[in-house]
Design a protein around this ligand. Structure first.
Ligand code: PEP
Ligand code: MG
Length: 319
């Protein structure tokens, strides 16, 4: 099994019967690149750019951001890098971007709402990313999208800045982290280039359980059938417009979830850097048909516990 896992990590991600599923890694700093590549990561499906913005007195300027994104793109040696636009808010505060104290930060000014409320922050970051595109295969995605208009607003800034710099605008993806985005996935897919499901937030908002609240966080389970139904709806909506769907939340790192996600139609899994080899090995032990059968059973389940039992059975059969 160890030898098979090692062999799987050096090959492109795929099921045992050759159905291709890209296995990417999530980065929160430049130092994440090397260990992820050592595990066989095929790209970065989520660069959490917050690392550049938090724990400091002043915002990073355009030059600093461009150098940082460019360095990560270079280290990836041509593999895709999906840069997430700044995702801060009341839950992840930055001193130079004061956000009024909110009673309910999870439902407040966070994610893309911050960038749209502070156009100079969004434009500076987008210009920096555009300048870094000469260093690799860079794409952009927007966090916490809840409405199609937000995507349009980001697209407008991206196109304007790209035109001003005289460079081509890279692909623009939407993070599906709100039930609204999952339900509206077809309308979003009509206007974006790809969708990436942030299962951490999608689960929090679907179950109405605050991921930061110890009293309820222990009960949050991304394998809840309610979440799986939203993932299925996202894949169906994206498919109508020929767009691919990835998962960059915690579920992508969970061997129990891998088969279900593939069976639901997910084409790219972006895992924690240390989990990439395990995800590839898990994929290599499953067939697409088995994944699809278990996914359709999971959509009929009435509890996360039942989904977990189905998924564990799939893994056991795969050996
Ligand atoms: C998510 O919500 O699943 C996600 C990937 O974003 P973050 O965990 O950074 O909020
Ligand atoms: Mg999130």
């Amino acid at each position: 099994r160890r030898a098979a896992a090692l062999a799987a990590s050096s090959r492109p991600g795929a099921t045992a019967d050759g159905h291709r599923v890209k296995v990417f890694a999530n980065f929160g700093k430049l130092d994440d690149v090397a260990p992820a590549l050592a595990q066989g990561a095929e790209g970065c499906g989520l660069l959490r750019t917050e690392f550049l913005f938090l724990d400091r007195a002043d915002a990073p300027d355009e030059d600093e951001q461009a150098a940082c994104y460019g360095a990560i793109a270079k280290a990836l040696e041509g593999r895709p890098l999906i840069v997430r636009l700044l995702d801060i808010g009341g839950d992840k505060p930055a001193p130079y971007l004061p956000i009024a104290v909110e009673e309910n930060p999870a439902l407040g000014l966070r994610g893309i709402r911050v960038g749209l409320a502070r156009p100079e922050v969004l434009s500076t970051q987008i210009r920096a990313i555009l300048r870094a595109t000469s260093s690799g295969d860079i794409r952009i995605m927007a966090p916490m999208i809840a409405r199609v208009e937000e995507l349009r607003d980001v697209r407008e800034v991206l196109l304007a800045e790209a035109a001003a710099l005289g460079v081509a605008a890279p692909e623009l993806g939407v993070m599906v982290e709100t039930p609204a985005a999952a339900v509206m996935a077809d309308r979003l897919a009509a206007e974006c280039d790809f969708l990436s499901i942030g299962t951490n937030d999608l689960t929090q908002y679907t179950l109405a359980m605050d991921r930061g609240n110890a009293a309820v966080a222990g009960g949050i389970d991304g394998l809840d059938p309610a979440v799986l139904r939203l993932i299925a709806q996202t894949c169906a909506g994206a498919d109508r417009f020929g767009k691919w769907v990835g998962v960059c939340g915690g579920l992508a790192s969970d061997p129990l979830a891998v088969g279900l996600l593939v069976g639901l139609g997910v084409a790219e899994l972006s895992a924690a850097p240390g989990q990439v080899a395990e995800v590839k090995a898990t994929l290599a032990a499953l067939t697409r048909e088995h994944c699809e059968i278990v996914a359709s059973e999971a959509l009929e389940a009435s509890s996360a516990a039942q989904v977990r039992a189905l998924a564990a059975n799939l893994l056991r059969k795969a050996g």
